[in-house]
Design a protein around this ligand. Structure first.
Ligand code: HEM
Length: 573
């Protein structure tokens, strides 16, 4: 049998070599030897087509460049934003944006400066980049006229998979459509009010202290001895696990983590896919991204049912408990209340909770990483931060006194500098009622989206220098923890004064991120806790120097590190 097979194999090999030997091999000099691509390239029709295409590209670019410059230089008041020159009609800047949004944006301001608004188009989509600090100020002061609803509707649909029939709650401009049963306000406006109320004052303090207590109980249980180092090979992923589960428990209760132990892992898988959800890639191209999101939504829905069965969301007034294991905070209960009042079904409510999970983790966790990482890299900085943290301990318990963070200059300045360099959020605004006057010179058409990029305003040297000359004592592409300090005769103080149009990780105006105070508390207190419980070291200091915020990441939030960072911990005595 075996010999039969080898016989057959050798005979077929022979057949092959026979048939090969029958082929006439052309002379290598002969044009026939050239591969088919070369033949096509050398053909006259191809050359003509290439020439026509090249002419088309060059003339499209020249024409669009001419229009761009003419509009920019025009003295006509109320002119439109010039459209950035492009090579391909229709597609315009789509390839550049998709290839690397970060380089596209940086190159655009490098070439055209921070003066005029610049319209960018990617097929049917478009936005106007707002880079001039005066224009940014006008936008931030127009919170009554401008909304972020179109963007919100986009992310609710594309990222959080809100059922189609509920999307009008986010997008609709006509109040009569958004107010079933005579609800007095549009849902989104109401949502903002609730976030502002429960993410400030005593509720904020309660949630921040709970976060710290939960994180501490987790870290205390870890098997890290006092007499030996434990190495964590991927510190960023380790932090994601510790911080995200503590935020979830502090905000949404402990039951959700018990019911769905995979929530943290699934959340970060989901977060990694937001660019693909935005692109609207179909299920067959990214099946696991779809499955992860479905798993998240199904489990959140199951938790929400349990919470409604076992607890009472109406108890978010003065008399109700600040926290319970089912719903977590009053913030979640109040959200549940209005979502139900507006008539959202269980699926739409689950999408809302996924949105909040995203808002409360996706930016803050990488920011925690960079804050800690910078302090591990620079031991001198770490010592100074430690001294300020020591000053923030409650004498009775030895726990961190969170409100005291706001009195410490370097803790806050380092925090602001970290956010300046690693946050690439956008502030989007649209006028849904009329054209919008950006100033005496430019007018943006009704329904057109204006976008401010935190990663662009962070590097506008002229604006920083004019607003706060001492803030550009070191180049803006350097990490300088003292950048936000202001010295008077006696001491240095932390201040963001004058930098509203420059430092924009949280957006700005009335719609500025309502979770920013909680984010700051989480960032500073996590470092405080780590330094209290452990001695911490980078495993390879030289390698750490090469780790940077990964700008390949789409500019939807805080950038993750380009490489894994290994850290070793030893419990303090
Ligand atoms: C470093 C961390 C964070 C960054 C960089 C960040 C950034 C932002 C930005 C840029 C916006 C849009 C603001 C605008 O349009 O002007 C926003 C909105 C929002 N953020 Fe944050 N955020 C962070 C943390 C948080 C946290 C921890 C929470 C919740 C506890 C949160 C909750 C929200 C909510 C609910 C909105 C939507 C407000 C609205 O509906 O208009 N954020 N955030």
């Amino acid at each position: 049998m075996a010999s039969n097979i080898s016989e057959r194999a050798s005979s077929s090999m022979e057949n092959i070599s026979e048939s090969h030997s029958m082929l006439t091999i052309p002379n290598q000099e002969s044009p026939l030897f050239a591969n088919p691509l070369l033949i096509t390239v050398n053909s006259t029709p191809f050359r003509i087509a290439a020439l026509v295409l090249l002419t088309l590209l060059v003339s499209t670019y020249t024409l669009s460049l001419f229009k761009f410059i003419r509009t920019r230089n025009s003295q006509r008041p109320g002119k439109p934003a010039p459209t950035l020159p492009y090579y391909l009609l229709g597609i315009c800047h789509a390839f550049d944006l998709d290839w690397s949004m970060a380089s596209f944006l940086a190159n655009t301001v490098k070439r055209w400066g921070y003066l005029s608004p610049i319209a960018v188009r990617a097929g049917p989509f478009g936005f106007t980049m707002i880079v001039n600090p005066n224009h940014i100020r006008t936008i931030l002061r127009s919170s009554k006229t401008l909304t972020n609803r179109p963007m919100l509707a986009f992310v609710m649909e594309k990222w959080f998979s809100t059922p189609k029939e509920y999307l009008h709650f986010y997008a609709a401009h006509d109040p009569s459509v958004t107010t079933p049963g005579g609800m007095p306000e549009r849902m989104h406006d109401f949502q903002v009010k609730v976030s502002l109320k429960y993410l400030s004052g005593k509720h904020l303090l309660e949630m921040s202290e709970r976060y710290l207590a939960i994180l501490k109980s987790r870290l205390v249980k870890l098997d890290i001895p006092t007499d030996g180092w434990v190495e964590i090979s991927d510190f960023y992923t380790w932090l994601q696990n510790q911080v995200t589960s503590s935020i979830i428990e502090a905000m949404m209760g402990s039951r959700i983590l018990e019911m769905y132990p995979g929530i943290v892992e699934d959340f970060w898988k989901f977060e990694h896919q937001v660019a693909n959800y935005s692109r609207g890639l179909p299920r067959w191209m990214i099946p696991s991204a779809y499955k992860t999101r479905e798993r998240l939504l199904a489990n959140i829905k199951a938790w929400n049912r349990l919470a409604n069965r076992e607890s009472d969301y109406t108890q978010h007034g003065e008399e109700g408990p600040e926290w319970d294991e089912f719903f977590g905070t009053k913030f979640i209960k109040a959200r549940e209340g209005y979502l139900r009042e507006y008539g959202l079904n269980e699926d739409a409510i689950a999408s809302e909770h996924l949105g909040l999970l995203f808002g409360s983790n996706a930016n803050v966790v990488p920011a925690v990483f960079w804050y800690i990482f910078e302090s591990f890299k620079d031991v001198e900085l770490q010592e100074k931060l430690k001294t300020e943290l020591q000053d923030c301990l409650k004498p009775e318990t030895g726990d961190l006194d969170i409100p005291k963070f706001s009195t410490k200059p370097l803790l806050q300045s380092t925090y602001a500098e970290v956010l300046r360099l690693c946050v690439t959020t956008t502030t989007t605004r649209t006028n849904e009622n009329a054209n919008f006057k950006l100033g005496p010179d430019y007018t943006i058409d009704k329904d057109k989206t204006m976008t401010i990029f935190a990663s662009i305003t962070a590097y506008n040297r002229q604006a920083w220098g004019t607003a706060r000359p001492e803030s550009v004592g070191k180049p803006l592409d350097e990490f300088w923890p003292e950048r936000f300090l202001r010295s008077n005769k006696k001491e240095a103080n932390f201040s963001l004064e004058g930098l509203t149009e420059c430092w924009m990780p949280y957006g700005g105006g009335q719609r500025m991120c309502p979770g920013r105070h909680f984010a700051k508390n989480v960032i500073i207190s996590t470092l405080g806790l780590l330094l209290e419980l452990f001695e911490c070291e980078l495993v390879d200091v030289q390698q750490a120097e090469q780790v940077k915020p990964d700008t390949k990441w789409v500019p939807y939030g805080t950038l993750p590190p380009t490489k894994e960072v290994a850290v070793r911990l030893r419990r303090t005595e």
